[in-house]
Design a protein. Structure first.
Lengths: 312, 293
């Protein structure tokens, strides 16, 4: 790994850590949420950005992690780290299960199949309202949100845990992107038939990519449940399948830092717009249309194209 | 009420949803069949039709039947025009590339939904039915307007079929569907055909909404269910096959009516959604489609 790649990413993590001391309380709270959502976006990027799998059902993986961690913390007395671990395990397992047959389809059919499964999961949460309380959701008690003696309800601890989990995810994404697997994933995105001819197995590659993507999304879901103490059906709705797509498109698909940049930019775009108007769906919609029309490569993707070919 | 009449009621309710679904889904099917575009904003065109019908009913004086007739003509035209603009401003510039158009239509969905929320408000609002009579059967009375909906939908669909299979415009559309480049070589303005087809698809959804809004009320979030059901219908019927879509709409509409009369609607929806997803995995061309898309 060349030095400048290493220093760029270490620098990004250091900047986030410095923000912990420097930022005023309001933005400090925002950034903790942004980092959790950026974990989700990083996971989405593994499937969409690197492997070219456009899924419209990642809320299923995020929701699986959210409910696996949330229900464990809410209903059982198991320690916090076990609840947190349940997130990525559930997300990864669901992704592998869904991928094992959904990957028989490609393109538009894949989008619709993933969308439908996520929709069925969302409906199932509403249907099982006796345990999940549906849209109203569950508020997890402070006592159940402890991680190795750390109180996750505390703002400062929450920020640092979110940072640590994001750093872990980002380093994992960087390693994947630069590994042999990552290169085969990109090859699948660029030309599946040619990669097959060269002896790579498209199905297995895509399944592994989807599993990794699902595990990261599940980690984000689990972290969301424990750090913010709320689990509700709206967090598994279609909206939450679209959000990571938006973040990744804005930041730059197929770049390691793009999901973080996109999440920060979109979060504050909506935040600023809500000072002017409460029509924040308009901002989301307009951003999607304008991005796909004029900057399909996103912020970091455009920078990479013009100035810095070395960005992974 | 005995089981027999109860089943009859369920079938009649099912027929109404089948009629509305057939109209909405045929719009989606037409757009996919000819343009190969999956229009995620289709449900919002449906919603816009209903919301505009409310505006017409509010601001046009005179009897309900008159303003309703006006809405039935005016709303599809306005929605169709909006769709044509969306096609020209966004979809055409993306070269109708499948994945990009899906992302773009998701964006259009959000924009239209927000526009309806801001201009129309968050409340559900009723639209008066143009006719008000009851059909008295031996076991129960039935709103006559629902029968009007079924008849009107059947008429519109017949008209659509005649246009597609007998008219010059239909011939041009089918030629474009068959081979876009060859159609262009024969002097067909493919861009205009696409804009027209996109507008026609949206107008069909708006028409369905105007017909059904006296039964269901207008609401800015009402586009979600028709979108999902239309997707299911189009997939089961075979992507791009209009005949399959119509058959599937009748089957699904009737099943939906009957099942939701007897079982919990959420459970029925879960099972239907999963079943459709699995059908798509096993038979990507749909149950009635001949070739893979």
């Amino acid at each position: 790994m060349t030095a400048r790649i290493l220093w760029t990413h270490v620098g990004a993590l250091a900047a986030l850590l410095a923000a912990h001391v420097l930022l005023p309380a309001y933005h400090h709270g925002n950034l903790a949420r942004i980092m959790v959502l950026a974990i989700y976006a990083t996971g989405y990027n593994i499937a969409f950005g690197y492997t070219g799998l456009l899924s419209l059902g990642h809320a299923l993986f995020f929701g699986a992690g959210l409910y696996a961690a949330g229900l464990t913390a809410y209903y059982t007395g198991l320690p916090g780290w076990l609840a947190l671990l349940a997130g990525p395990v559930a997300g990864g397992a669901v992704a592998l299960a869904l991928g094992s047959f959904a990957l028989r389809t490609a393109g538009v059919a894949f989008m619709i199949v993933t969308l439908m499964f996520a929709q069925a999961f969302h409906l199932a949460i509403l249907y099982l309202g006796r345990w999940t309380r549906g849209d109203e959701g569950l508020v997890i008690a402070r006592a159940s949100r402890q991680l190795f003696g750390l109180d996750l309800a505390d703002g400062s601890v929450r920020f640092l845990v979110a940072w640590a989990l994001f750093a872990l995810t980002m380093v994992a994404a960087l390693i994947i992107a630069r590994s042999g697997l990552g290169r085969v994933m990109v090859a699948m995105r660029e030309n599946e038939e040619r990669s097959r001819m060269l002896g790579y197995d498209p199905y297995m590659t895509k399944l592994i990519a989807l599993g990794l993507s699902g595990a990261m999304s599940g980690l984000a879901g689990g972290a969301y449940a424990l750090l913010f103490g709320y689990v509700g059906a709206s967090l598994a709705s279609v909206q939450y399948s679209i959000l990571p797509l938006l973040y990744v498109l804005l930041g730059g698909a197929g770049t390691v830092l793009g999901p973080l940049i996109g999440t920060v930019a979109m979060f504050y775009l909506i935040d600023l717009a809500s000072n002017v108007t409460d029509a924040h769906q308009l901002v989301t919609g307009a951003a999607l249309v304008l991005l796909i029309l004029f900057a399909p490569r996103g912020i970091l993707g455009s920078i990479r194209d013009r100035f810095a070919r070395w960005i992974p | 009420m005995d089981f027999g009449p109860f089943l009859l009621l369920a079938v009649m309710e099912g027929l109404v949803s089948a009629a509305v679904l057939a109209l909405t889904a045929s719009g989606l099917s037409l757009v996919f069949g000819i343009m190969r575009v999956v229009n995620v904003a289709h449900g919002e065109f449906f919603m816009l039709g209903a919301v505009l019908a409310w505006f017409v009913s509010q601001f046009v004086p005179g009897p309900a039947a008159l303003s309703f007739a006006l809405a039935l003509i005016l709303c599809p035209l306005v929605v169709g025009l909006l769709a044509a603009i969306a096609d020209w401003a966004v979809l055409k510039r993306l070269n109708y590339e499948p994945e990009a158009t899906i992302v773009a239509t998701i964006g259009i969905l959000y924009i239209l939904q927000q526009a309806a929320l801001s201009l129309f408000g968050p409340d559900a609002r009723p639209v008066p039915a143009p006719v008000d009579f009851r059909v008295q059967l031996p076991w129960f009375g039935y709103a006559g307007y629902k029968l009007v909906v079924v008849a009107a939908a059947a008429m519109i669909l017949t008209l659509l079929w005649v246009v597609l299979s007998r008219s010059r415009a239909g011939l041009i559309m089918r030629a474009t569907q068959e081979d876009r480049d060859m159609a262009r070589a024969f002097g067909i303005n493919v861009d205009r055909v696409y804009a027209g087809v996109f507008a026609l698809g949206a107008a069909l959804a708006a028409m369905a909404a105007v017909l059904v809004v006296p039964i269901t009320q207008a609401h800015y979030l009402m586009g979600g269910d028709p979108l999902l059901l239309s997707f299911i219908t189009v997939i089961i019927g075979g992507l791009g096959s209009l005949r399959g879509t119509l058959i599937a709409a009748i089957v699904i509409g009737l099943t939906d009516g009957i099942v939701s009369t007897f079982f919990a609607p959420t459970l029925a929806r879960i099972v239907a959604t999963l079943a459709v997803a699995l059908i798509l995995v096993v038979r990507p061309q749909g149950l009635f489609g001949r070739t893979a898309p």
